[in-house]
Design a protein around this ligand. Structure first.
Ligand code: FPP
Length: 254
């Protein structure tokens, strides 16, 4: 998180100094991958990899806050992840509950607006309550908006949006033709802008059902690093790489 004291020149990371503050991605989304492999390579249980992954979460949140990124979205649990052994699923939600307890002070200090998106009704009731309390307490903060994707799937989000439209249509409330902008209003977080940058760790070249509607023109960076080893340096490197890209959105350069 942003330290309370003013950063001194010696404290500023050299990579941070190279970043052009006028050309920051507004929204960074991250597929945090590789916790299991990280644990396996050390002869540890998978959950130890998830525990170690908290360090990566801290690094991404702190780096985003320090840099003045407006939106950070982390893919923490997919709709497909319910297929994992019950013990792993349970431990993941316990870890999330502990993270929210432990980090809440820092979330408040840094005026982080916390959000969760996905099929949240599927989550354990304790976690659901916890998430809504943190969302409510932080709803008026104007720092980083940190969104956790939980029981999330890009296809389920699109189906849920279509079903909401059909419901409204049935009630006679929705009669317009669907456009990109109209459709967006039915997504889980309609006010979340499309990610400018998507980072995936662990060297896998896949989208894994993440924000399929929103990433149409997102720049993608794949890092070989496993998520528990992700640190601020990786985040800064990704932003620097993003700043070298030319975004044309299907147009041409003058
Ligand atoms: C993918 O690694 C990671 C997950 C499914 C869970 C991500 C969870 C955390 C980083 C910890 C808790 C998060 C928060 C926000 C408090 P994997 O298990 O698929 O790894 P593998 O591909 O190497 O098996």
């Amino acid at each position: 998180m942003v330290p309370k004291r003013k950063l001194e020149e010696k404290d500023i990371h050299p990579l941070l100094k190279l970043i052009d503050r006028q050309n920051l991605p507004q929204h960074i989304a991250i597929i945090m991958d590789g916790n299991g492999r990280w644990a396996k390579s050390r002869g540890l249980k998978r959950i130890e990899g998830h525990k170690a992954g908290i360090e990566g979460v801290r690094a991404a949140v702190e780096a985003s806050s320090e840099l003045g990124i407006k939106f950070l979205t982390l893919y923490a649990f997919s709709v497909e992840n319910w297929k994992r052994p019950q013990s792993e699923v349970r431990s993941l939600f316990e870890l999330l509950d502990r993270y929210l307890d432990k980090e809440f002070k820092k979330i408040e200090e840094n005026k982080i607006r916390f959000k969760a998106m996905g099929r949240l009704h599927d989550l354990p009731s304790k976690t659901k309550k916890h998430l809504s309390v943190v969302e409510e307490k932080t709803r008026d903060y104007n720092g980083l908006t940190l969104t956790l994707a939980l029981s999330y799937g890009g296809r389920t989000e699109i189906c849920d949006a279509v079903n909401k439209i059909l419901d409204e249509e049935e009630k006679g409330k929705y009669k317009e033709k669907i456009t990109d902008e109209k459709f967006r209003e039915f997504l889980y977080c309609p006010h979340l802008p499309d990610p400018d940058l998507l980072i995936r760790t662990s060297g896998e070249y896949r989208l894994s059902n993440f924000m399929l509607w929103q990433i149409a023109y997102t720049e993608i960076i794949i890092l070989d690093t496993l998520w528990p080893d992700f640190r601020k340096e990786h985040f800064y490197e990704a932003v620097l790489d993003y700043q070298k890209r030319e975004r044309r959105y299907g147009g041409i350069t003058e």
